[in-house]
Design a protein around this ligand. Structure first.
Ligand SMILES: Nc1ncnc2c1ncn2[C@@H]1O[C@H](COP(=O)(O)OP(=O)(O)O)[C@@H](O)[C@H]1O
Ligand SMILES: [Mg+2]
Length: 397
């Protein structure tokens, strides 16, 4: 995808100058809140939506003006679109029947796909009698027999319950690896994005924010939006001022590594981003790697056995509050995060109401510019592609 733009009739850019290079055999996720342009982008790949500007290139060939059937891609639909009156065998065979392929070839291809998908015992059954996972496999079988060059998924798991969603997620991951087929997968769920993707493209209002591996996104988010979107429970955002290597937070001050301090020097009021797991009960924390401790009054503790979460409310000045409110709107969130969520080991004895001593691994702290949202302390070498960044282009070889 090279500088892809989609403007609908009203001129609104649903996709705005997006460049993404999907490698052969790669599993790429398009993720972002509802309305950010994921489906539009996917539909432009398949050919179901006209491209306003930019180039869609598949296997070295510009396909902007090719009809969907000429692109040889397989869209695996959310509702599986299986025919209830046809057997599993005929459901898989369907695209071949449409193309008037001879019976012998059909049989060979269907049996080959059913072997890969472990559907051999179910070929004569009707889709209605299958589990959700089996139905998903039938839908994929139909895509496989076409020898498509890529699979495209648009939120295939969104109307399943949580347990089934987990199963299907691992099923899709397993099959994609087994088949080695290039896959683009749309979801609004950051967990799906993190667990499935080789690389993940995070979109916000039609704009690509960052294209990187799950680990890069998690450890080196380009901006507040990516930082707030990826990770659960989400990253904490706190007002912060930096002086030397000391960061003043609502609870007191902590020391940060010199390199981070340098990157944030002289910028005035900032937003510190710290993930819940960067904290620990100071009495059980392994502090050999450095970090910093502070005291705070704990409002609520949720103890889960293997871990615990402590909640510590704080006040944010208006500048920070405004930015956080906007962030919540962008993220489709409901809560304004003016409480710190601290992850603790299950061994903690900290209880509600305690004035607790808490350790924080400040090497994991990010500092964001509140006016632009930019992550000032990002390790640019390990952040993948960030459009608009001077030293990198969104499309790399
Ligand atoms: N057919 C259409 N006509 C006009 N606007 C559309 C159409 N389809 C989508 N949009 C708009 O484009 C934006 C992106 O939509 P979409 O790609 O469906 O987002 P997502 O899949 O990320 O939820 C939304 O603001 C949506 O209202
Ligand atoms: Mg959509």
């Amino acid at each position: 995808m090279k500088n892809i733009v989609k403007k609908y009739g009203d001129g609104f850019p649903a996709v705005n100058d997006v460049s993404i290079n999907v490698a052969d055999g790669e599993f790429v996720i398009l993720v972002g809140p509802s309305g950010c342009g994921k489906s539009t982008l996917l539909r432009m790949i398949v050919g179901l939506e006209d491209i306003t500007d930019g180039e869609m290139i598949i296997g070295g060939k510009v396909v902007n003006d090719l009809a969907p059937r000429e692109r040889n891609l397989a869209m695996v639909f959310q509702n599986y679109a299986l025919y209830p009156h046809l057997s599993v065998y005929e459901n898989i065979a369907f695209p071949l029947r449409l193309a008037n392929v001879d019976d012998k070839t059909v049989d060979q291809k269907v049996r080959e796909a059913s072997k890969t998908l472990e559907l051999d015992e179910h070929l004569e059954r009707k889709p209605g009698n299958l589990s959700g996972g089996q139905r998903q496999r039938v839908a994929m079988g139909r895509a496989i027999v076409r020898d498509a060059d890529a699979f495209l998924f648009d939120e295939p798991l969104s109307n399943l319950d949580a347990k089934l969603r987990g199963q299907m997620r691992s099923e899709i991951a397993r099959l994609q690896k087994k088949l080695g087929i290039t896959t683009v997968y749309v979801t609004h769920d950051q967990t799906e994005a993190m667990t499935l993707g080789d690389r993940v493209a995070v979109l916000k209002r039609g704009l690509l924010q960052q294209l990187a591996t799950p680990r890069q996104l998690y450890t080196n988010p380009a901006n507040l939006f990516v930082a707030g979107f990826i990770g659960s429970p989400p990253m904490n955002f706190l007002p912060a001022t930096v002086e030397g290597t000391t960061v003043q937070l609502p609870f007191g001050s902590v020391e940060i590594p010199a390199a981070k301090a340098e990157a944030a020097a002289g910028k005035g009021l900032l937003i510190a981003g710290i993930r819940p797991e960067a904290f620990e009960d100071a009495s059980v924390a392994d502090q050999s790697g450095g970090g910093s401790t502070f005291r705070a009054t704990v409002d609520v503790v949720e103890w889960l056995g293997n871990e615990a979460y402590a909640y510590i409310p704080f006040e944010a000045p208006p500048e920070v509050r405004k930015q956080l409110e906007e962030l919540e709107r962008d993220l489709d969130g409901e809560t304004l995060r003016t409480q710190l969520v601290v992850g603790l080991s299950g061994a903690t004895r900290i209880a509600a109401g305690d004035d607790a001593e808490i350790w924080v691994d400040t090497s994991q702290m990010h500092l964001f510019d509140p006016s632009t949202g930019e992550n000032l302390t990002m390790d640019a070498e390990n952040a993948g592609d960030i459009p608009g960044r001077a030293d990198r282009q969104a499309v790399t070889a």
